[in-house]
Design a protein around this ligand. Structure first.
Ligand code: SF4
Length: 145
């Protein structure tokens, strides 16, 4: 698997893609990527959302619930951004298929990228984001940072 490209949340690499136009640079993620071909992806940007953008969170569930239509993603202004989050997840999956990537390192606590944790108000709860859930059910190995 290490000879294949790996998808990485763009913000972990220091790209200013976060909702607040900041990054989430991770030395640990970078250290684990030595020698790999890295493909930076930001599902929220690929879904058509601007940067900066209002903070958003999954309501009433996790990423798998959004994919199955049981939950939605709502931003801090009350706007339903579920469609953009779904579009972003599907575009990231398309990148994986185009490049042959079978792994993804993703940013924890994000409603898109969280692998084991997402935010719910000011709390962090167990659950995954929409893109993480779609990649995992599509057979990619995902790891959170
Ligand atoms: S959607 Fe993912 S890659 Fe984009 S800023 Fe949020 S955590 Fe980072």
């Amino acid at each position: 698997m290490k000879d294949k490209p790996i998808l990485v949340s763009a913000c972990l690499l220091g790209l200013k893609t976060r909702f607040d136009a900041g990054d989430a640079y991770s030395k640990d993620a970078l250290a684990s990527l030595e020698g790999r071909v890295i493909i930076p992806v930001c599902p929220e940007q690929l879904g058509g959302l601007p940067t900066p953008r209002p903070r958003a969170e999954i309501r009433e569930g996790g990423g798998a619930d959004v994919i199955e239509g049981r939950a939605g993603v709502i931003d801090e202004n009350g706007r339903d951004v579920t469609a953009a989050f779904m579009r972003g997840a599907s575009e990231v999956l398309k990148v994986a298929r185009l490049t042959g990537a079978a792994e993804a390192y993703l940013k924890e606590k994000s409603p898109s990228c969280g692998v084991e944790s997402i935010k719910a108000g000011s709390n962090t709860i167990a659950g995954s984001g929409v893109t993480a859930a779609l990649l995992e059910r599509s057979g990619l190995t995902i790891k959170g940072f």
